[in-house]
Design a binder for this molecule. Sequence first.
Ligand SMILES: Nc1ncnc2c1ncn2[C@@H]1O[C@H](COP(=O)(O)OP(=O)(O)O)[C@@H](O)[C@H]1O
Ligand SMILES: [Mg+2]
Length: 222
Amino acid sequence: MTILQTRNLKKIYGAGENAVHALAGVNLQVEKGEFVAVVGTSGSGKSTLLHMLGGLDRPTNGTVTVDGKDIFSLKDEELTIFRRRKIGFVFQNYNLVPVLNVYENIVLPIQLDGNSPDAAYVESIIETLGLKSKLQNLPNNLSGGQQQRVAIARALAAKPAIILADEPTGNLDSKTSQDVLGLLKITSQKFVQTIVMITHNEEIAQLADRIVRIEDGLIVAR
Ligand SMILES: Nc1ncnc2c1ncn2[C@@H]1O[C@H](COP(=O)(O)OP(=O)(O)O)[C@@H](O)[C@H]1O
Ligand SMILES: [Mg+2]
């Protein structure tokens, strides 16, 4: 089952002589449960693509379909709700709430959406990511790798259609990066969770099910 599809996705920043064609017509299809790495050099359009996939910014042209929904046919408020329910984000900087403990951070998006967490599912995520003994800790008492594991748990807990990760190991040393990526891969398989991860690190990309290469705003191999 296709969970994510882009058609002729284009993004132009600026206009006239200063126009930057950040995405030049991207066609990408991702199946449910796939763990896809998007690789490319700096400036190739990776972050722009991720922003479009997550509905954080509107394209100049083309469509993005997530879980059967043409997301840019939605009005801004509808898109915000869709994003909260269907898309999980994992960023380089973890983006945890400093005054909430680990457990509170993990279930926060679910509560913000007015729902109560699926306790057994959340428990299973916490165990898989090795966070059981850290649930009462505040984020600043955790290492970078632990904080990123919390961010991954938070993204998974809301059962999104897709998780989008932008350089998730960008702030981690190489050993920790491998550990975190290994866990990301295990969770993708165990919870049949679709993940699209951006990285400029080839070693990290090798752990994904599939590598998509982007150059000058175009997919060059898939
Ligand atoms: N907000 C913006 N305004 C103007 N140009 C931008 C903006 N964001 C990105 N770009 C340009 O678009 C191209 C792709 O950028 P980006 O998607 O950030 O690449 P990557 O994440 O692969 O490094 C680059 O040439 C970058 O300078
Ligand atoms: Mg980037």
